[in-house]
Design a binder for this molecule. Structure first.
Ligand code: MG
Length: 203
């Protein structure tokens, strides 16, 4: 399986990082080895002093497809989840400056938290999903899928122009504002609405 991540999909996050607003979705990949194993803590890697949490809605692909039209995209997934795109922000800033790919900063072991999934039918509207992240007792990120610049079905159309989507692939749909550094002993808890989707200890 592969993990396809969307960058810069919420205007408020583009603003906080002072990034340019893209005219097309920004895409990068994480390998399957980046998935944090269930019930394991996240270890801050030794090559970074500034690992950020980025909470994101996830879409799990359940049908193989290529060149999927937006109006048929809903047939290619039936579950929505929540995860974290951990990012070594200091390393990413250096790579960006040098015009290099971001993988070292985003695709390292443990950098993808894949939490629980909910059935698509459980939602009235997938373009109106509240989600949030608590760092210890404080809500640090909170948004709604209606604020995505490219909505889920548009992302599937765009991504499938470049990559064949296979059963089990996961799309990370981008993070809203509120990203920040994690510290040892933090507990990160993600929610869709009021439902807890994951809880991760940082070490
Ligand atoms: Mg992200």
């Amino acid at each position: 399986m592969k993990i396809i991540c969307i960058g810069r999909n919420y205007a408020d996050h583009i603003k906080e990082l002072d990034s340019a607003k893209p005219t097309e979705p920004v895409i990068f990949l994480k390998p399957d080895t980046s998935i944090l194993l269930k019930k394991q803590p996240f270890f801050i890697p030794e090559f970074s002093n500034d690992v950020h949490h980025e909470v994101e809605l996830l879409v799990r692909i359940n049908k193989i497809g290529k060149h999927i039209d937006q109006k048929f995209a809903h047939k290619y997934y039936d579950e929505i989840g929540l995860g974290i795109d951990f990012t070594a922000r200091d390393l990413q800033a250096k790579l960006k400056k040098e015009g290099l790919p971001w993988e070292k900063a985003k695709a390292f072991d443990g950098a993808a938290v894949v939490g629980n999934f909910l059935k698509k039918e459980d939602f009235d509207d997938i373009n109106d999903i509240d989600f949030s992240l608590k760092r210890n007792d404080k809500i640090v990120q909170k948004s709604n899928s209606m604020l995505m610049m490219w909505k889920i079905d548009a992302l599937i159309e765009y991504v499938s122009k470049y990559f064949t989507l296979k059963i089990g692939d996961i799309i990370f749909t981008g993070t809203p504002a509120g990203v920040g550094s994690v510290k040892a002993n933090d507990i990160l808890t993600g929610f869709i609405g009021k439902t807890e989707m994951f809880s991760i200890k940082v070490k």
